[in-house]
Write a protein that binds this ligand. Structure first.
Ligand SMILES: [Zn+2]
Length: 283
């Protein structure tokens, strides 16, 4: 019997609707205890997160690749970390299913035991096409699955001190893929709530978004470059965030969600920006 059926049976036992799954206490507590950024949430936040996680588990399918086992604890842990992103996007009392709309373009989460080898093709500066493979800890495909590496996901508890979290990273990519398009082209920013930071239109909201994100990215990229070239101190967070602004957003979101206190000191302008996105409760 799969996890989904077990959760539905459990929900029925608790007197709920047969369609609504429920996560048993022992399973939920066992997942939380390994993730400091979830144990420090208030009781009301944890209740909300649990309700979101239940809906997530109902809507999504997990697939273990290359012999990877999907235990109940693994599925609940990944689901809970993904749902942390939308925890405060809507009021705590609003229907949990509404919050799942941002993850509507896919159903499957693929979990590999180790790094994922992805085929890549790229064109260099003089127009030569190269082909090769790249080792990834995760990937989010537009209108497709989220792929994760268990060897990285299972580090989530200890990696919080470093401000890293692969689940948050890949699901934030999903958020950017659901964002506004201008003349059919993705703006590469998430859907911003109405009146975002005082904006009067969707276009103005995107301008405000990049007016804060772009300088923070450039400063980070410069620090990484100085560290690599001249041995200056490396900035906090994964230098991978310096590769492009599209990666800087998910890399910094990892830290925002799993180590808010250190993030506040390192990226004060982004704390305000991300609070306006993730904690406005007016989506
Ligand atoms: Zn990425």
């Amino acid at each position: 019997m799969g996890l989904k059926q077990r959760l539905i049976d459990w929900g029925r036992k608790l007197g709920g609707s047969p369609e609504v799954p429920a996560i048993p206490d022992a399973l939920w507590d066992g997942v939380l205890v390994d993730l400091p950024f979830l144990t420090e949430l208030t009781e009301a936040e944890q209740r909300r997160l649990r309700a979101l996680t239940e809906v997530f588990l109902k809507q999504k399918e997990f697939f273990g690749a290359n012999g990877q086992d999907i235990t109940d604890a693994i599925a609940v842990s990944i689901a809970a970390q993904a749902c942390l992103i939308v925890l405060h996007m809507w009021p705590l009392a609003s229907p949990p299913a509404k919050a799942m709309a941002v993850f509507q373009d896919f159903v499957t989460i693929v979990l590999h035991p180790g790094e994922v080898l992805a085929r890549r093709e790229w064109v260099d500066d003089i127009g030569v096409v190269h082909r090769g493979t790249e080792a990834l800890t995760g990937e989010a495909a537009e209108d497709g699955p989220v792929t994760l590496s268990w060897s990285e996901v299972k580090r989530a508890g200890s990696a919080a001190a470093e401000g890293t979290n692969v689940v948050i990273h890949e699901f934030v990519h999903k958020l950017a893929m659901q964002g506004p398009r201008f003349e059919g082209v993705l703006a590469d920013c998430p859907r911003l709530p109405p009146g975002f930071m005082g904006s009067r239109s969707a276009g103005e909201a995107v301008e405000i978004w990049f007016s804060v994100l772009q300088p923070a990215f450039e400063s980070f990229r410069d620090q990484v470059s100085l560290a690599e070239r001249f041995g200056q101190p490396r900035p906090w967070l994964d230098p991978y965030g310096a590769t492009s602004i599209d990666e800087f957003f998910p890399v910094t979101c990892e830290a925002y969600f799993v180590n808010r206190e250190r993030f506040r000191t390192a990226f004060p302008t982004l704390l305000n920006l991300y609070d306006a996105l993730f904690r406005s409760a007016v989506h």
